[in-house]
Design a protein around this ligand. Structure first.
Ligand SMILES: NC(=O)c1ccc[n+]([C@@H]2O[C@H](COP(=O)([O-])OP(=O)(O)OC[C@H]3O[C@@H](n4cnc5c(N)ncnc54)[C@H](OP(=O)(O)O)[C@@H]3O)[C@@H](O)[C@H]2O)c1
Length: 335
């Protein structure tokens, strides 16, 4: 396993696509982070990415990055279907890993990765940046402290209007396509942040010709009677908002519930209170909070983050599996 980390945490980037570039741009802005290596399936892409961000080492394969002992933590940003293989390679080689959402294609793969991390003593975290967002954390604390009483319902949605061609990874079953794993993971993770793992799941979806979900509606229920009504789509831009209703009030989170600009707390019998994002914390959509949490945890010698615990990630993966089983979405290689 990687040794103790120093003052500056040395990052490796695995894959050179859209979110890898966004995350790396946020990392290079952090004074205590250093991006020291990048790996791609192609040496040309690795070199171009390295040049763009001033990264000293470029690898044309994943194994070389996994074997690089001068890397403290690897950020894995491949399409979902490759998460298990890429993160597994790094964990087996003794690297710590921050793995993009959705963690894996299914709960079985997620359990395999968690077992590998525990076996090798490595740090592993899902890049569920929403859980590291300061305003989302404030909201969760308020709910946990009973600001709206007992949570009765959660509603949340995330949909994009983009007309994705069949070749796009979001439409490709071989890459874990569909709205649920890419976008639905946010509403599901939000509901489970507040209520934990549901006791039961029902769902309906509109499927594409390729057999991935174009849009999915899910109803989750808990033993105490709480319900979550969740929606995701790759064929319609939704309001991407969330509403939490409790026994003594409610919280409204307008557009961008997973990186909110503000939310409004309505306590029964009191004036509404607005909680705003701190402009000093940087742009709302910054991924730096999750990077800071990884670096804090590594310096503290932790093998998982209390903000994004692996048990929570596994519980989300089980819910995503349950939703997919209700709507009939299976990926190649799944039984
Ligand atoms: N946290 C967030 O806000 C956020 C936002 C967007 C996406 N994501 C997640 O990040 C992951 C990547 O999304 P993206 O939008 O960055 O995708 P993308 O732009 O398509 O990039 C993915 C990269 O992975 C590599 N790759 C492509 N196909 C592959 C395959 N079949 N097997 C292995 N590697 C492959 C490629 O890099 P090389 O050519 O260098 O190998 C590619 O550039 C997804 O799991 C997605 O859910 C997270």
């Amino acid at each position: 396993m990687s040794g103790p980390v120093g003052e500056r945490v040395r990052w490796g980037i695995l894959a050179t696509g859209g979110i890898a570039a966004t995350f790396t741009a946020d990392l290079v802005d952090l004074p205590d982070a250093e991006v020291v290596a990048v790996a791609s399936r192609s040496m040309d892409s690795a070199k171009a990415f390295a040049e763009r961000f001033g990264i000293p080492r470029a690898y044309g394969d994943w194994a070389s990055l996994a074997a690089d002992e001068d890397v403290d933590v690897v950020y894995v940003a491949t399409p979902h279907a490759a998460h298990r293989a890429a993160a597994g390679l790094c964990l087996e080689a003794g690297r710590n890993v921050l793995l993009e959402k959705p963690f894996t294609l299914n709960a079985r793969e997620a359990e395999e990765l968690v077992a590998l991390a525990r076996q090798h003593g490595g740090f592993l975290m899902e890049a569920m940046w929403m859980y590291c967002n300061p305003l989302v954390r404030r909201l969760a604390d308020l709910v946990r402290d009973g600001a709206i009483g007992e949570v009765r319902t959660v509603q949340a949605d995330f949909g994009l209007a983009g007309s994705f061609p069949p070749s796009h990874r979001l439409r490709d079953p071989a890459q874990g396509g569909g709205a649920l794993l890419d976008l639905g993971v946010y509403p599901v993770s939000f509901a489970q942040l507040l209520l934990g793992e549901p006791a039961d799941v029902t769902a309906r979806a509109t499927l594409s010709e390729e057999g991935v979900d174009l849009q999915t509606g899910a109803l989750l229920s808990w033993e105490n009677g709480a319900l979550a009504q969740l929606h995701c789509s790759i064929v319609g831009g939704t309001s991407t908002s969330a509403y939490i209703t409790g026994s003594h009030g409610r919280i409204d989170v307008p557009y961008g519930f997973f990186f909110p600009e503000h939310f409004v707390l309505h306590r029964d019998g009191r004036e509404p209170e607005t909680f705003k994002a701190d402009p000093a914390a940087g742009p709302r959509n910054s991924l730096k909070h999750e990077a800071l949490e990884v670096m804090r945890a590594l310096r503290a010698g932790e093998t998982e983050s209390p903000l994004v615990p692996l048990d929570g990630t596994l519980a989300v993966m089980r819910t995503l599996d349950a939703i997919r089983s209700r709507v009939g979405v299976r990926y190649p290689g799944e039984e």
